[in-house]
Write a protein of this length. Sequence first.
Length: 381
Amino acid sequence: MEERVEVGPWAAEAFVDYERLLKVFGAKPLTDLEVGKLERLAGESNAMLRRRVFYSHRDLDVYLNMYEAGRRCALYTGRGPSGYTHLGHILPWVFTKWLQDRLGLELFFQMTDDEKFLHEERLDLPESNRFAYENSLDLVALGFDPRKTHIIIDSEDIGYLYSIAVRVAKKITYSTQRATFGFTDSTNVGLVFYPVLQIAVCFLPTELYGEETYVLIPAGIDQDPYWRIARDVAQSLNYPKPSQIHNKLLPGLGPGGKMSSSKPETAVYTTDPPDVAAQKIMKAFTGGQPTVELHRKLGGNPDRCSVFKMYEMLFEEDDVKLSERYWNCRTGSLLCGECKAELASRVWKFLRDFQEKREREKDRLDRYLIRSKFGEPKMRR
Ligand code: TYM
């Protein structure tokens, strides 16, 4: 019997059995061996690795060996600009920025305004294109290095991708696409073609540099289906197989599901006025008991709590403090109200600073656009 998978590019739960998902997807769990090597090369430890927020991979070991051997390496990640960016989206970007800083790597960042236009009934192309620029400000505010960060906006920069995409497309049958992405007879053909564009970026650095380039993709596990196909076709097209490192999904503030733009009241957007974000957090669904008395007596469940996950995945650097919070919740000495209020205040400050940076840099996006750096797209190999 086929297993039902709750996670994929267009649907995802958050409190899922991530171990089972690995087996179904066929990726490997991240072990102390890879974490140790990555941290050694980076020259510092990383909370998202220690806590296994990034928890699985494909060929990360191969990538790190290539990096160590001085082979050309790059990073690749992206965003489907269907609306404003929320904290779940920036989670993999925070880690990607750490990789860029510590390993000195160039990053190719894809903005798939075409994908979102094709997928979302409500969105017109100019609108998803506008969000591509809007969301790019989040990369600027996160502090990515403009000299080393190259944003590709699909609908405008297609010249960089098209010749790779058609070669990829020729290798993939409709039956593979249907089985991988769950397409049906009523799926529009744009969406059927779209995955080859997301795959094409895996091979773009090799074309642009005119030399074999190893690519690592830090991204949510929901994006994995693309990379399975990318890895299948890579060698027959003479490209190195792309490696991946997958993050778990930040839950939304409601009773279930990942933080998702389809449930705006349970998502904290980087553009939310800090007070609004704080209010959303104060209304969050937690792992607490229905009454204070019961909570004091029975304790809460931080493993199923969206507020605790926010601390664990983004807002608490200190392992000792995180562990105290965990046990204080479990034993009932920490009440949800206090725990939420403290998170609300951290998120409030984060957003205030982040929004200041977004505002300050908003006219300086050009420096990040691939077209402002690589000139006329052409095949180099
Ligand atoms: P998109 O816009 O759905 O998501 C952007 C990135 O955010 C991750 N993500 C999350 N991570 C943690 N918690 C969450 N709640 C959460 N929700 C989303 C996603 O896994 C992704 O890494 N098709 C892609 C755009 C894309 C892309 C790529 C993404 C193009 N090329 C390469 C990653 C890597 C999309 O719609 O992403």
